[in-house]
Ligand binder design. Structure first.
Ligand SMILES: [Zn+2]
Length: 111
């Protein structure tokens, strides 16, 4: 009689706590995501408001009812835009009395 040997296939998953540093001088939206290990990636990557410089590009809907500016032109907050989505600098957007979108821009440092 033979005992069944259970072969435990141990998949070693080493979780590294990856500290994401805010790099204000780097291009915010490289769009070159090389890691495919995000378990549940949020639909919209939120950025810290202070990481957007006055000369950085933000996006607005030119519709008259729009009061926000967005860090990404693919923000879901722009889905309902009936007019044109246009890029401009944060400074220009704020000169237009635009406030930042709560969906794609965070008031707090994103961890
Ligand atoms: Zn947004």
């Amino acid at each position: 009689m033979k005992l069944n040997n259970y072969r435990n296939l141990i998949s070693v998953g080493i979780g590294f706590a990856i500290l994401s540093f805010a790099l204000p001088s780097c291009s915010l939206f490289g769009g070159d995501s090389t890691t495919g290990e995000n378990e549940e990636a949020p639909e919209v990557h939120r950025v810290f408001i202070d990481s957007i410089h006055p000369d950085d590009t933000v996006y607005i809907c030119t519709g008259s009812g729009s009061k926000r500016f967005h860090a990404s032109d693919s923000c879901t907050g722009l889905n309902g835009c009936r007019k044109e989505v246009r890029g401009l600098t944060r400074r220009e957007a704020e000169n237009k009395k635009r406030t930042h979108c709560q969906i794609c821009i965070s008031d707090e440092q994103v961890e």
